[in-house]
Structures are given as C-alpha cells and as structure tokens.
Ligand binder design. Sequence first.
Ligand SMILES: *[C@@H]1O[C@H](CO)[C@@H](O)[C@H](O)[C@H]1NC(C)=O
Ligand SMILES: *[C@@H]1O[C@H](CO)[C@@H](O)[C@H](O)[C@H]1NC(C)=O
Ligand SMILES: *[C@@H]1O[C@H](CO)[C@@H](O)[C@H](O)[C@H]1NC(C)=O
Length: 365
Amino acid sequence: MKSGPRRWAIGVCCSALVVFLLTFVGPKGSSSDLQPVEGVAAQSSRSEFHSDQLHPRGGWLSAAQTSEPLLQHEAPARKKLLAVVGVQTGFTTNREDPTYNYEARRKVLRATWFPANQSALDRFEASTKILLTFVLGRSEDAAAEEGVQIESEDHGGFMRLPVQEAYLSLTNKTLLFLKQTIATYEADFVVKVDDDVYLRLDRLPAAIGQWSKRGSDYIGCMKNGEIYTSAQYRWYEPQHQLLGGGHYFTHAWGPVYVLSWRIAREVTRLNPSSLRYFNNEDVTVGGWMLALNSRHDDERRLCEPSCTDTAIAVYDYPRCAGLCDPIKSMKAMWNSTACQLPALPGAGQTLPELPPIFKFEHQAG
Ligand SMILES: *[C@@H]1O[C@H](CO)[C@@H](O)[C@H](O)[C@H]1NC(C)=O
Ligand SMILES: *[C@@H]1O[C@H](CO)[C@@H](O)[C@H](O)[C@H]1NC(C)=O
Ligand SMILES: *[C@@H]1O[C@H](CO)[C@@H](O)[C@H](O)[C@H]1NC(C)=O
C-alpha cells in the first residue's frame, strides 16, 4: 500500500463490487422457464406505490418519467426489469477495522441510497423496475453465517451464492452472480457495484435509456493500466507474458460496471472451466468481453469523484477503488447539497452525458 504504483493498481484491479446492467431485448417467447426469485412477481404488480413513501429522499424517476425511450421494441406479456443491481459485499472479518467491516458498510448503505428493508426494496422495484440486492457468498465461520442470516431476516435483499468469499474467488463470484441473475430474472442490464460506491439510483432509469439506445453491452469507466509483472505487488499478474506488453487490454474499472442482458447471458452459457482467468476480476471480465465481441462503452459518469450533475456512481476515483472511507463518506455525501441535486437538471430534460476518454470504433450490426 505504500508505493505509488501499488496504490494506483488498486484502482486498476480491485473489483469487489461491480454493477451489471443488461440491455439487450431479445425477442423471447414465454417467461415461464424463468422463476422469479421469491417475492419478485408479486411485487412487480403492485400499483399503489408512491415514490415519496419509498425513501426520505423520495422522487425516484420511473421509466415513464424519463425522456429517453427505454427499449427499441416492446417485449409484450413479459414482466421485465430494467436492471438487476447486485451490490457486491462480504463477511466482516475485523469489526474494529472499518475497511473490513462489511456489516457496517451495508448498514450505512441502508441509511443512505440502498432501500432499508424488504418492503422498501419491493416498492422501489415496483416503481422503477430496478431490482436491488446484496450479493454474498459463503463463509466457513458459523458465527459469520449466522450474523448474515439474522441481517437477511431483518432487512431482506440478499442473493447468496455457493462460493467461498475470498479475493481470488471474486471472478467466480461474479460468474455465479450472473448465472443466478440470468436464471432468475429478465432484465435489460445487470449492474455490478461494490458496497463502497455511492450510487445515484434515481439516475439509473435515465442512464439505462441512454445505454439501451446506444446498444451498449459493456459499460464502465474504461482503463488499460500497467500490468504488474512482479509478485511483490498486490495486483501482480502471473500470466503477464501472455498479454504481450506493458499494458492491459481496455477493460472497465471494477467498482461498478454494467453488462447488457445479452452479453451476460452469453458469458453464462460458456463452460466456466473453458474460460481464461486472470488474477483480477475486472481484467478477467474485460477479457471475456473482448472475446465475446461486446460493444464497449466508456461511461465516465460511473467513476466521478464527487456528486455532480452528471454523476451516476461516485467514489474516490482514481485514488481508491471505492470510497477510501466508505462508512464516513457515504453518510456525509447523502446529506450533502451536491448529492441532493435533482436527478435531472430540469423537467423534461435528459441526463447530461460526459465525453468518453476511450472512443471505440462503432461496430456495425
Ligand atoms: C422499512 O423502511 C422504511 C423506510 O425506508 C420504513 O418507513 C418502514 O417502517 C420500514 N419497514 C419495516 C417493516 O421495518
Ligand atoms: C473458479 O472457477 C474455476 C472454473 O470452474 C475453477 O477452476 C477455479 O478453481 C475456481 N477458483 C477459485 C479460487 O475457486
Ligand atoms: C442526514 O441528516 C438528517 C437530518 O439532520 C439526519 O437525521 C440523518 O441521520 C442524516 N443521515 C445520515 C445518513 O447521516
């Protein structure tokens, strides 16, 4: 953590939380093969929701309120979400060290941008067609498992995956998250976001409309940072020789990225043991995106260092791969004037965009 390169590399590689948005609207037949996760079906048909009940902040933009057309064509008679947002979290390993107190992170999220309990989550989903969930693997520590069990009963909003929580299994966790999401829901995008990122949920519907229109498959703040060839660095890449040079291929920063449903489904159709795994999750996912010929979209609104009128995701970019001190900053941000800017600059206006740093060649078709 002392060296400059290492700190920089944290940004490059640390992808504990990613958001996947699924965009592609495939002409689908029946949805009966997809079993919604408990409660989803019932929630989506609720109509008595008033956005101001949802959260003290209130005012979620529904798809209908945004000026962007959300879908190229309608998928009739299929209950479909705009996005599944998986907030990647972990087990508390050290209660005293806020960096590793994931329970405290979830608590502060529930006090800020993440709906506080299952009924708030249900109402949010019914009004926005965005499903939010914490995503968590398994622990061998019975007490840790029990703690999460209680938290889950109290607040809801957990997707549990059959994978041991550990840094080196993050890629497997992402893959399982995609698999479970694809098997359970039907949406336009999958958002993978870390639990130390401030998300402007109220801007997601408008952003999703823009990504749909662009036909994006892989949306995030793109980078192509230095490859660490020495084992003394945390982000060391043992397979560096395969990559052909000093820099990685272009891929999205790990703290938050979005995948179209189409590309997420493609990934989950492949045999996991046939895929290439690099040391870091964000690099690995970027490699799959390259192989699958996805449409990359450099979305700088997903890594803004402060709440601006364009920010969708905010963290201490590029200093940390998340908020450096999430427990403190999340609360302060939530109550700051900047983070309370309206979702859109004015009635009937579109969500302002930022110019990309990486301009990709438009792929035909
Ligand atoms: C759920 O959270 C909301 C605030 O977001 C609160 O008003 C409501 O009382 C909570 N419901 C339960 C059952 O705790
Ligand atoms: C991740 O999954 C791959 C493919 O199934 C497997 O070979 C590998 O051992 C797993 N890695 C970890 C750290 O569990
Ligand atoms: C934000 O400010 C309100 C009013 O002062 C306070 O009640 C609330 O606890 C604050 N929220 C957070 C997350 O600090």
